[in-house]
Write a protein that binds this ligand. Structure first.
Ligand code: AQP
Length: 321
């Protein structure tokens, strides 16, 4: 059974991406699982081509450095031709109303001038990502659930209208992991695309930068160290990060500290210890473009081969070619 997950190169990979997703991909990845860098999805709003290209490469290096199996990883745009063709078939299987109903589209397009058409149609690309690979399970958070439901509807509709080609996918909830919050504004989650990066711990930050950011992290009034996410979100976030890096429960960890300063010191050490091996390995890969290209090409070939027969059948059944 194939499970498919992705990360979008909308910014540099951060500790939240690592603790919330990448680490699990590395630890649990079954040989059939697939992980991809969804760079085509990074184009639904204004984007800088050179930055997108470099971020996609960086994310590939980070995933491999973090231990995600190189045989399971690929970059989405390496399959642009296959995905482009399948997206079109799926757009021809989807109604305008179904696409316009997507909550993400409504939220992201609200009040925006010059909304790209791709913001409306990207769920069809996402459906193509899933259906091309024959993925049975798609671990997604609440915000992407509706898109997987659409992929399910489109797979069923296509199969019933033209002939059985696609596995009907299912959205599954990934195992719960604490949401890492922005260090300078713990009411927000840590995000790749946050403009001001002082509160974002990037996987490729060097130890000095990590130290500086954690030192400046907002903590809340009071001096007692207790885990109270509602009343003290800043401190709770630091304890969540510590628990994410070391294991254990944040509430229990809180009891072992008598000052905020001691918490920050422990978080700094734990984050540096967690991220340093990944940063070092990712930098080595980025410094060896031939090796990174080899991994990338291998992933692309495997992913394209896996989907080839489905695309060919779908094209034939819709009467194209
Ligand atoms: N702060 C977070 N804490 C825990 N997990 C997180 N993830 C993202 N932020 C946190 C998980 O990382 C995976 C890849 O993320 P994505 O590329 O699908 O985009 P996202 O969820 O929208 O992540 P970002 O970093 O916040 O990017 P932007 O700024 O573009 O929105 C997912 O599994 C996600 O849950």
């Amino acid at each position: 059974m194939i499970r498919l997950s992705a990360i979008t190169p909308s910014g540099h990979v951060h500790l939240g991406n690592h603790l919330g997703a990448i680490r699990r991909w590395a630890a649990e990845g079954a040989p059939d699982d697939l992980y991809f860098i969804s760079d085509l999805h990074g184009m639904t709003g204004a984007h800088n081509p050179a930055v997108l290209r470099s971020l996609a490469r960086e994310q590939l290096a980070v995933l491999i450095a973090a231990g995600v199996g190189e045989r399971t990883v690929f970059v989405q745009s390496d399959l642009a031709r296959e995905l482009g063709a399948l997206t079109w078939i799926l757009e021809c299987t989807c109604s305008y109303g179904e696409a316009a109903r997507m909550i993400q589209f409504k939220e992201k397009s609200k009040g925006q001038a010059g909304v790209r058409l791709s913001l409306l149609t990207y769920p069809a690309l996402m459906a193509a990502d899933i259906l091309l690979q024959g993925a049975a399970q798609v671990p997604v958070g609440e915000d992407q659930r509706q898109h997987v439901e659409l992929a399910r509807v489109l797979a069923r509709r296509f199969n019933a209208t033209y002939g059985e080609v696609f596995t009907v996918p299912e959205a599954v909830l990934p195992p719960a992991a604490a949401r890492v919050r922005d260090l300078s504004d713990p009411t927000r989650k840590m995000s790749k695309s946050t403009r001001d990066s002082v509160g974002v711990l990037f996987v490729l930050d060097d130890p000095d930068a990590l130290r500086r950011k954690i030192k400046r992290a907002v903590t809340d009034g009071g001096s007692e160290v207790v885990y109270e996410p509602e009343a003290r979100p800043g401190l709770a976030n630091l304890l969540d990060i510590l628990a994410g890096c070391l294991g254990g429960s944040p509430a229990e960890l809180a009891a072992s500290f008598s000052s905020y300063g001691a918490v920050k010191k422990a978080v700094t050490e734990a984050v540096i210890e967690t991220l340093t091996p990944i940063r070092t390995a990712a930098q080595a890969l980025l410094a060896d473009p031939a090796e990174l290209d080899r991994i990338r090409k291998q992933g692309a070939t495997r992913a394209a081969e896996r989907g080839e027969h489905r695309l060919a059948s779908a094209l034939r059944l819709v009467g194209a070619g």
